[in-house]
Design a protein. Structure first.
Length: 305
C-alpha cells in the first residue's frame, strides 16, 4: 500500500466519522464509559490490595509465643528456619523485655495490672518473647499457621495465634471486587461491541453506493474495508484519550485524600505513576480489540467484499 493510498484511506475514515458525527459521538461515548469502568476497577483493586496488605501488616497475622524454656540460641535458629519457609515475607521478633515494656505502656493508667505483673519473677512471668510472621499473599497464612502449630515447632512455642477470620474476610473482599468488576466490565464490553457494530453497519448502509462504485472500478477488498476499520479505531483512540485524561485528573486530585483515608504511605505521585500508565495501556488495548471485533463482524455481515 502506497503512501498516497494510506492518506486516502485515513481521509475516508475521518470522513465517515464526521459525516455521522452524532452517531460517532454516541459510539465513542459508549467505548469511553466501558473504559472508565475498567479503569475504576483497576484503581479499586489496586487500592484494596494495598489497603489490605497494610491492614495485615498492622494486625501481625500469625503470632507465635515462645516457651519460657526456649533458649536464645534456639530462638534465633527457629527464626532463621521460619524465614526460609515458603510464602514467608517477614518475621519480626519481640523479646521478653520488649513485651513487658509494651504491656506497661499499654496499661500505664492501670496500676493494678502493672503491680500484678511486677509480682512475678522472671521465670514466672507470663509474658514471653514472640514472633509475628507476615506472608507475601493472604492465601499463604493458613499454611504458615498449620506449619507453626505442627510437631516441628511444638517444643518451642507455647501458643500460636492467628487472625484467620480477619484474613478470610479481607480475602473475600478482594475476590468480590475482582468478580464483580469482571462481570460489570464484561457487560459493558458486550454493549460497546453492539453499539460500535450498529454504528459501522449504518455507515456501510449509507455508503453502499460508493462501495459498489469502488468495487466496479477494481478496488481490492481490503481497500474497501480499511476506511471502516479506521473509523472504529478512531472511536478507540478518542475514547482512550478522554478516559485517560479524566482518570489522570482524578488521581491527581484524590491521591492525597485516599492516602489519608486509608492510612497508606505509598500513594501520592507513586499512585499516579504506578496506575496511570497501566490504565492507559489496558484502555488502549481493550478499546482497539472491542472496536476491531465490532467492525469485523459488521463488515463480514453487511459488506460483501
Amino acid at each position: 500500500m502506497t503512501t498516497l493510498e494510506t492518506k486516502r484511506l485515513i481521509k475516508s475514515g475521518l470522513t465517515n466519522f464526521l459525516r455521522n458525527i452524532w452517531i460517532s459521538i454516541a459510539a465513542t461515548s459508549m467505548v469511553a464509559i466501558t473504559l472508565f469502568i475498567i479503569s475504576i476497577i483497576i484503581v479499586l483493586y489496586a487500592l484494596t490490595s494495598v489497603a489490605i496488605q497494610n491492614s495485615t501488616d498492622k494486625i501481625g497475622v500469625v503470632t507465635a509465643y515462645f516457651n519460657q524454656q526456649t533458649t536464645d540460641k534456639e530462638v534465633q535458629n527457629v527464626i532463621t528456619e521460619i524465614k526460609g519457609l515458603e510464602g514467608v515475607r517477614e518475621v519480626n521478633y519481640t523479646t521478653k523485655e520488649e513485651a513487658i515494656a509494651q504491656f506497661k505502656l499499654i496499661h500505664q493508667n492501670e496500676p493494678n495490672w502493672i503491680e500484678s505483673l511486677n509480682e512475678f519473677t522472671d521465670a514466672e512471668n507470663p509474658l514471653t518473647g514472640s514472633i509475628a510472621v507476615k506472608a507475601y499473599d493472604l492465601t499463604d497464612y493458613s499454611r504458615i499457621y498449620d506449619t507453626l502449630k505442627g510437631q516441628r515447632y511444638a517444643p518451642y512455642f507455647q501458643n500460636v495465634r492467628d487472625n484467620q477470620t480477619v484474613i478470610n474476610k479481607l480475602y473475600r473482599i478482594i475476590q468480590f471486587i475482582t468478580r464483580f468488576g469482571i462481570l460489570l466490565a464484561a457487560i459493558f464490553m458486550v454493549v460497546t461491541v453492539m453499539v460500535t457494530f450498529n454504528t459501522i453497519r449504518l455507515t456501510i448502509y449509507n455508503r453502499r453506493e460508493e462501495v459498489e462504485i469502488m468495487r466496479l472500478v477494481g478496488a481490492t477488498n481490503w481497500y474497501i474495508r480499511w476506511p471502516f476499520m479506521i473509523e472504529g479505531i478512531l472511536y478507540s483512540l478518542i475514547a482512550t484519550v478522554l478516559t485517560s485524561l479524566i482518570i489522570l485528573i482524578l488521581l491527581i486530585l484524590l491521591s492525597g485524600r485516599i492516602e489519608q483515608f486509608l492510612s497508606i504511605q505509598v500513594l501520592g505521585s507513586s499512585l499516579i505513576s504506578a496506575l496511570f500508565w497501566r490504565i492507559l495501556l489496558v484502555n488502549l488495548a481493550a478499546s482497539i480489540v472491542l472496536s476491531a471485533i465490532a467492525s469485523s463482524i459488521a463488515m463480514r455481515r453487511y459488506l460483501k467484499v
